[in-house]
Design a protein around this ligand. Structure first.
Ligand code: HEM
Length: 401
């Protein structure tokens, strides 16, 4: 097993610190054992860790994705990134959500996973050729740049140089911890991406089958900017960015830790799809999401008051024995079951198949290359985040550790 570097080896102080802890799963197990829903007074959050409670929270219409008092974070409201945020299916409820979601589902569900897999694989092959396999920059490009390039292809956007950097700047607007400078860059990025995507939607011959299906699904081409079609096309890039990087990175971590699994994939490449699926359960990239009570709601016998926030621990639900037999073990041949890490209910991820196909294509190519997952110099920490678990890799000489 390759050694890991980590923020701390002690028990995480709370479920937000757990996200980037070296091994948060014993802590999640303890939370599941405590009660169906637990109050953290210091964080002022309710915590749902059991699979059954997570599902009940996500299915509850009175628990919404944004607080009623602040539908768009104050720090970005009325500015370019805030205008996009206000129109995202992910950040809305009611009619605004239903219309955008229906259109996105119509578009994304028609995308052929096998084609996405091949496209990701082709991009990965040409990237791997350009790097030494003991260069951590290779893993960064594979995890962050390639997935958004595949999405650009699907949308019909000729991937401009710097697409990864622009998406990275935009996603800063989604984090409450971003600095004013990062938010300024996020507004610039929102404006640039909107201009490119707007041009695409105005020119009926320039778009792609995906855009056409989204338009036919109910998000009309509009003359004005900002608009819901352009915002939600931009949202495909931001929804992909960190989460897919985490899935790819956590796949690499799994192969570094489980030599037997790496050997099996090398011998049986078609197992890559089952592998990525089990990584998404065993070491999911999105650890939590939030819901806000728009009125008092009873959850598992506990009254959650209007305005309260529930932290929904998707990663804890992914290891719940009540749903997954032998949940703490990586089982490549596990029977397929809905994955908590992609959410559930009315906001469940409509990009799950695409995300898994991208990650499978990239990791398959890495397995087929000379990449040495067992290299003892390969180390990782986790990038700072309150909800996503994304490794940052380095190759460290033995005497430097
Ligand atoms: C490994 C990668 C991914 C993971 C783990 C992931 C996970 C999630 C989760 C947990 C949610 C629900 C959040 C909530 O209910 O609070 C979500 C929503 C969403 N995801 Fe993904 N996602 C991934 C990749 C993608 C990709 C590649 C796309 C599009 C191409 C996408 C598009 C969306 C959209 C549009 C929503 C909002 C749906 C709605 O609110 O109705 N995701 N995703």
């Amino acid at each position: 097993m390759a050694p890991t570097t980590c923020i701390t080896q002690t028990v995480p102080a709370d479920p937000l610190q757990a996200v980037i802890h070296a091994d948060p799963f014993p802590y999640y197990a303890a939370l599941r054992a405590r009660a169906p829903i637990v109050r953290d007074e210091a964080l002022k959050l309710w915590i749902a860790a059991r699979a059954h409670t997570v599902r009940a929270v996500l299915d509850n219409e009175r628990l919404t994705v944004r607080p009623t008092s602040e539908p768009v974070p104050r720090a970005i409201a009325g500015q370019p990134a805030g205008e996009v945020f206000a129109r995202l299916a992910r950040m809305n409820e009611g009619a605004g959500h239903r219309i955008a979601r229906q259109a996105l589902v119509a578009g994304l569900s028609a995308v052929d996973g096998a084609t996405v897999f091949q496209s990701a694989r082709k991009h990965a092959a040409s990237t791997i050729e350009r790097f030494n396999t003991d260069d951590a920059a290779l893993l960064d490009v594979l995890a962050f740049a390639l997935p958004v390039r595949v999405i650009a292809e699907l949308v019909g956007l000729s991937a401009p140089n710097g697409l990864e950097a622009t998406v990275r700047q935009f996603v800063a607007c989604l984090s409450p911890t971003s600095t004013p400078e990062a938010l300024r860059d996020a507004h610039d990025a929102a404006s640039r991406l909107q201009t490119q995507l707007y041009a695409l939607t105005r020119n009926a011959t320039a778009g792609s089958a995906l855009v056409e299906r989204i338009v036919a699904g109910g998000l009309a081409r509009e003359i004005e900017l900002p608009n819901a079609l352009v915002s939600n096309l931009l949202g495909l890039f931001s929804q992909t960015f960190d989460a897919t990087a985490g899935l790819i990175g956590n796949g690499v971590v799994t192969l570094a830790r489980h030599a037997n699994v790496a050997a099996r994939l090398a011998a049986s490449p078609s197992d890559i799809h089952a592998f990525i699926r089990e990584v998404a359960r065993f070491d999911p990239p999105v650890h939590n999401t939030r819901r806000f009570a728009r009125e008092t709601v009873c959850i598992e016998g506990v009254a959650v008051q209007s305005g309260d926030c529930v932290l929904v621990l998707l990663a804890a639900a992914s290891r719940d024995e009540a749903v997954f037999e032998d949940a703490e073990r990586f089982v490549l041949d596990r029977e397929a079951h809905p994955l908590p890490g992609f959410g559930a209910g009315r906001h469940a991820c409509p990009g799950e198949t695409i995300a898994q196909a991208i990650a499978a294509g990239i990791v398959a190519e890495l397995v087929a290359s000379e990449f040495d997952f067992a290299n003892p110099a390969l180390r990782w920490t986790y990038r700072p985040s309150l909800n996503s678990r994304i490794p940052k890799f380095a190759f460290v000489e033995r005497n430097a550790s």
